[in-house]
Design a protein around this ligand. Structure first.
Ligand SMILES: Nc1ncnc2c1ncn2[C@@H]1O[C@H](COP(=O)(O)OP(=O)(O)OP(=O)(O)O)[C@@H](O)[C@H]1O
Ligand SMILES: [Mg+2]
Length: 336
């Protein structure tokens, strides 16, 4: 991965909100395997940050370092204004962590799991019971509260996991793949919960395998690959980094397809599907120009679809090892 690829713009003013998380040159190796090779992050307070990357990229490692569970080999990091190296207790007091693998104890009930967390946070008994009951209610677990957690479904366990994380009212929460394994409805519910947290001013650091999740939730997204941040920006900024937008014309009449292919030479041909792909950002002007051209040459396409790059395209381009364009896709003025 060329290191010339690039962070996209960051608001360039001096009045950025204070960072919830900031790191400079964070490094971590296991044996001779470099997992994090100099990671710089700046996550403003009250925002959602999504860390994407293929399996083994180092997402969990980053979460573990920033939540003081393991130490970095090099670099600096501040979380909630506390230095990770010199004030880990300050960091711990400000954060909550929901790990990739559940921290729920299956042998005890959901309620007991919550009360255990309240004890760990040194909440007085009554206060602990009040907080536990309120969170169980908020996460729709009141009915199941007295049942052993081992009897919960995956989604219920995940909700309990996050409820447990919130017992200490953390200002920053780390969610390592919060929705992996959840059904679509449970995922959407989880997104709702995450949005509510942000409305309350909480900063969310999230890792995910689901690009639509990052697209949906995150203010800023970083793609981790080969130990480095391969790209960082809003979903829109990342999508602009890569080509992939095109207009697709599909034909049922092979003659019409051939005529169109002959005159639209820059189009990518799919002879089997009788389809042509024309690089395009999908603007109204480009669409009109293609439609006018089809009319003028008397060719009728049976289907016209506009494809804009999505985060999947970004992910594959940045993590596929196939090299990355250093320039955003330049939309063509004319499609003919
Ligand atoms: N305790 C450890 N000892 C040795 N190697 C480790 C250890 N923890 C992680 N690794 C290695 O570090 C790399 C990054 O692992 P990590 O769990 O951070 O990846 P990840 O991005 O979270 O992956 P996934 O998407 O599968 O959760 C992997 O190659 C992993 O094998
Ligand atoms: Mg992981």
């Amino acid at each position: 991965m060329p290191s010339s690829v690039m962070t996209t713009s960051r608001p360039g003013n001096d009045r950025q909100p204070p960072a919830a998380v900031s790191t400079v040159g964070l490094r971590k190796s296991y044996g001779d395997k470099t997992v994090l090779d100099g990671i710089d992050l700046h996550i403003p307070t009250g925002t959602v940050f999504a860390l994407l990357g293929p399996n083994g990229a180092g997402k969990t490692t980053a979460v573990q370092i920033l939540s003081t569970l393991i130490s970095a080999d090099g670099g600096q990091a501040q979380v909630a204004g506390h230095d990770l190296a010199t004030s880990p207790d300050g960091v711990r007091a400000a954060i909550g962590v929901t790990g990739q693998f559940s921290a729920v104890d299956g042998l005890i009930t959901g309620e007991e799991n919550m009360l255990l967390m309240a004890d760990l946070h040194h909440l007085p008994k009554r206060e602990g019971r009040r907080v536990a009951a309120a969170l169980l209610e908020r996460f729709d677990l009141t009915d199941a509260a007295k049942k052993p957690a081992s009897t919960y479904s995956g989604g219920m366990k995940r909700r309990l996991d996050i409820a447990m994380t919130l017992v200490g009212s953390p200002r920053i929460i780390f969610l390592d793949e919060p929705t992996t394994g959840l059904d679509p409805r449970a995922r959407h519910n989880m997104w709702g919960i995450i949005r509510e947290l942000v409305t309350d001013g909480v900063t969310v650091f999230l890792t995910t395998q689901y690009l639509d999740e990052a697209d949906e939730l995150a203010d800023r997204i970083a793609v981790l690959n080969d130990g480095k941040i391969a790209a960082e920006g809003s979903a829109e900024e990342l999508k602009r980094l890569i080509p992939g937008g095109h207009i697709r014309l599909r034909f049922t009449d092979p003659d019409a397809y051939q005529s169109a292919a002959l005159s639209l030479r820059e189009a990518h041909r799919d002879d089997e599907a009788l389809a042509l792909q024309i690089p395009s950002a999908g603007s109204q002007r480009e669409l009109r120009s293609i439609l006018d051209w089809l009319d003028s040459v008397g060719i009728e396409a049976d289907e016209l679809t506009v494809h804009t790059p999505d985060l999947d395209d970004v992910f594959f381009a940045l993590t596929g090892g196939a090299g990355v364009p250093t320039q955003p896709n330049q939309p063509k003025e004319e499609a003919r």
